[in-house]
Design a binder for this molecule. Structure first.
Ligand code: PHE
Length: 331
């Protein structure tokens, strides 16, 4: 009898203990067999023996339970010991972030213009009609408002559709000379392969006192120089265009950086890529901010478009999907 308890006491694992339990109390266990053998005994003997067996069974169960608790504790300890995490350990697999390609391009653009003595200005993303449209020579019901699909709020405010309202805010709060750029996000209710509801622009504005102190030639020089700084040796052309807030207005094309101007899929076989809008500030804009006897130029560009071209990213959506396989290439 005693050896049963020694065996239980000496069981080295929960699995061993379970083996012992089955060998005693399982269907084919020795104690189970002893219980079965009772039926072959005489009445008196059977009662006596049954009592003994039941007592023994109770004691065995108690011993098993005690041992089980002790072993569980030890096994848990061992497991915890094994799973211990050394937080001071160096892990070479930890991920390092990178600057988003759109922000990389934004930084390069800002770098060029600050080196040319342009100051940085910021404006609110939630704008009013006056700054986003009216003061930019876009009166209510002017058809040119349709060029920009606007997100409106119930109270008549809107998400700015371009960075041009910062021109107005800057002129309202400062006197010429002004030489500023404004990088920031803008919003248009438009979503397809080449448009996202939020994107980034950089605006530029130069104003000086005197009717003819700032000319289109100044604008042409700086934009050509800027495009060469970003894209290398490209040809640049100014194509006459229309913006309500500039007169004369132009769109700027550069020779396609993928085919060198011979025509490819990216430039729709024209050899040219449209990259900027610009012009001399319209007199009505100056009137709206109370400026007199001044001249100036303004320009605006889409940062995503610049980043797509400079970093050869063929799909605009790549910038908004947070795919690490793409972003990691910009480390
Ligand atoms: N605001 C214009 C746009 O979003 C770009 C622009 C800015 C054009 C300044 C001319 C001058 O399309």
């Amino acid at each position: 009898m005693k050896e049963i308890f020694t065996k239980i006491e000496e069981a080295s694992s929960l699995a061993k203990l379970e083996e012992i339990r089955i060998s005693l109390l399982g269907k084919k266990g020795t104690l189970t067999a002893s219980f079965s053998a009772l039926r072959d005994l005489e009445e008196d003997q059977r009662k006596q023996k049954a009592k003994e067996l039941n007592l023994l069974k109770l004691e065995i169960e108690k011993a098993l339970a005690t041992k089980k608790e002790a072993l569980s504790f030890l096994e848990l300890q061992a497991k915890l010991e094994q799973e211990k995490i050394d937080v001071s350990l160096f892990t070479p697999s930890s991920l390092r972030g990178s600057i988003h390609p759109v922000m990389l391009m934004m930084d390069r653009i800002v770098e060029y213009f600050t080196s040319m003595n342009f100051a940085l200005e910021m404006g609110p993303l939630v704008e009013d009609d006056f700054h986003n449209f009216e003061a930019l020579n876009l009166p209510k019901y002017h058809p040119a408002r349709d060029m920009q699909d606007t997100f409106y709020f119930k109270d008549g405010k809107l998400l700015r559709t371009h960075t041009s309202p910062v021109q107005i805010r800057t002129m309202e709060s400062q006197k010429p000379p002004i030489r500023m750029i404004c990088p920031g996000s803008v919003f248009r209710c438009d979503y397809d392969l080449t448009h996202t509801p939020m994107f980034h622009q950089v605006e530029g504005l130069v104003v000086e006192e005197g009717n003819d102190s700032v000319s289109f030639a100044n604008l042409k020089f700086i934009l050509e120089d800027f495009l060469k700084y970003i894209f290398g040796e490209v040809k640049v052309r100014f194509r006459s265009s229309f913006f309500p807030f500039t007169e004369p207005s132009a769109e700027v094309d550069m020779s396609c950086i993928f085919c060198g101007g011979s025509g490819c899929r990216v430039c729709s076989h024209t050899g040219w890529l449209e990259v900027l809008g610009c012009g001399c500030v319209d007199n009505n804009v100056f009137k709206a901010v109370g400026y007199e006897n001044v001249s100036g130029y303004a320009f605006g560009m889409g940062v995503e478009r610049f980043a797509m071209l400079a970093y050869s990213v063929p799909d605009l959506r790549a910038f908004f999907e947070s795919d690490l396989r793409i972003l990691e290439q910009f480390k």
